[in-house]
Design a binder for this molecule. Structure first.
Ligand SMILES: C[S@@+](CC[C@H](N)C(=O)[O-])C[C@H]1O[C@@H](n2cnc3c(N)ncnc32)[C@H](O)[C@@H]1O
Length: 271
């Protein structure tokens, strides 16, 4: 594999190198749902063929790869994980795709360069989300949009509640994405939302036990910095909940999945 060119990478952000092997199995859209889900990014009239878009924290290309079917312009992606970006290179071989191994806090692009910047489940992982947002504003053209996407948790929301409560982290920043309508941190930073929240909902069969297994195997980034004791506390609570509520926890059940996208103009005087 040829690694993409490397920009500057600084500490404190959460690299997903360790997740490259299992990310698509644990976070991917269910088969057949990726194209309709990512079509939400085209609903506000951006992403025309003569335009340039960037995904920050592009990961394995879960968003970017199917989006290239809807968007015929130049697609850029940046991530601090070479393992994750390597997956994109395996999926997409297209001269319109430009990958950079680099940091969203120091975007290696000129001012006013992109018509759209896409961010999905990234701002809680960067070392300084305000700095990342300033960088997004800098590289966006004055007419450009931040297209912010986020998905609902993959399992029974009560199960997630049990987990978060047991580990005492109901107020973690990644709970920013639990909001149905909007994400307060963008509004707080002065980003101006477009009126329409675009939503794609479908059902996916998932076994409740798979959630427990994903905790045991530390598949979720939230578990990566937890001590064994702390993690065990959460696992015990989740196991007790599953035992009490599911007769056959290994049998897949239909869970509702929702993916949402809202576009934002940069704050007035962002630079
Ligand atoms: C939860 S994954 C999301 C990937 C993709 N956006 C998606 O929705 O599937 C977050 C990604 O952000 C990357 N990341 C974390 N901090 C970063 C930073 N400062 N700059 C660039 N990428 C970063 C991680 O390596 C990881 O690949």
């Amino acid at each position: 594999m040829t690694l993409p060119p490397q920009g500057s990478i600084q500490g404190k952000s959460v690299s997903f190198d360790r997740a490259a092997e299992f990310y698509d199995q644990t976070r991917g859209f269910a088969p057949g749902h990726d194209l309709p889900a990512v079509s939400l990014f085209t609903r506000d009239g951006q992403l025309q063929p003569d335009q340039r878009a960037l995904e920050i924290g592009a990961g394995t290309g879960r968003i970017l790869a199917p989006l290239m079917h809807h968007f015929q312009g130049q697609m850029h992606g940046i991530d601090i994980s070479s393992g994750m970006l390597g997956r994109v290179s395996q999926k997409v071989n297209n001269p319109r795709l430009h990958l950079v191994l680099g940091d969203a806090l120091h975007l290696p692009y000129p001012d006013d360069y992109f018509d759209a910047v896409i961010g999905v489940h990234i701002f809680h992982l960067v070392g300084d989300y305000r700095r990342a947002l300033k960088e997004v504003a800098r590289v966006l053209k004055p007419s450009g949009l931040l297209m912010h996407g986020w998905g609902q948790r993959m399992f029974d929301s009560r199960l997630m509640g049990v987990w978060q409560h047991a580990i005492g982290e109901e107020n973690r920043p990644d709970n920013w994405y639990g909001h149905e309508d909007n994400v307060p941190f963008l509004l707080e930073e002065g980003w101006q939302p477009l009126p329409t929240l675009h939503t794609y909902t479908y059902h996916e069969d998932k076994a409740p036990k798979a959630f427990l297994d994903s905790l045991i195997h530390r598949h979720w980034s939230q578990t990566w910095t937890m001590t064994d004791e702390h993690l065990q506390k959460g696992i015990d609570a989740v196991r007790a909940y599953i035992t009490a509520n599911y007769t056959h926890p290994e049998v897949p059940q239909p869970f509702q999945q929702t993916f949402r996208v809202r576009a934002y103009h940069p704050p007035q005087g962002a630079r």
